[in-house]
Write a new protein. Structure first.
Length: 73
């Protein structure tokens, strides 16, 4: 059985803006979105199944996570 693989990379604000702009454009045109994270090619299908925005607040830190989930195949 294969293990789940999680890849994370920090981006500068400028890089993040470009990624989000490309993602928004792809989603608004109902097109596939492609990007690469630490050498791992990621393809988000045109009709992704679930988009979730999560907000967390801890004692010294707050964060927002945007998660996009889709089925393989």
């Amino acid at each position: 059985m294969k293990k789940n693989k999680e890849v994370e990379k920090k981006y500068s604000k400028k890089q993040l803006v470009k990624i989000i702009e490309r993602l928004a454009h792809s989603m608004s045109k109902n097109e596939e979105f492609r990007m690469q994270i630490k050498g791992k090619k990621v393809y988000i299908p045109a009709k992704s199944s679930d988009i979730e925005i999560e907000y967390e607040k801890e004692k010294k830190e707050e964060k927002i996570e945007i998660e996009i989930k889709w089925k393989k195949g």
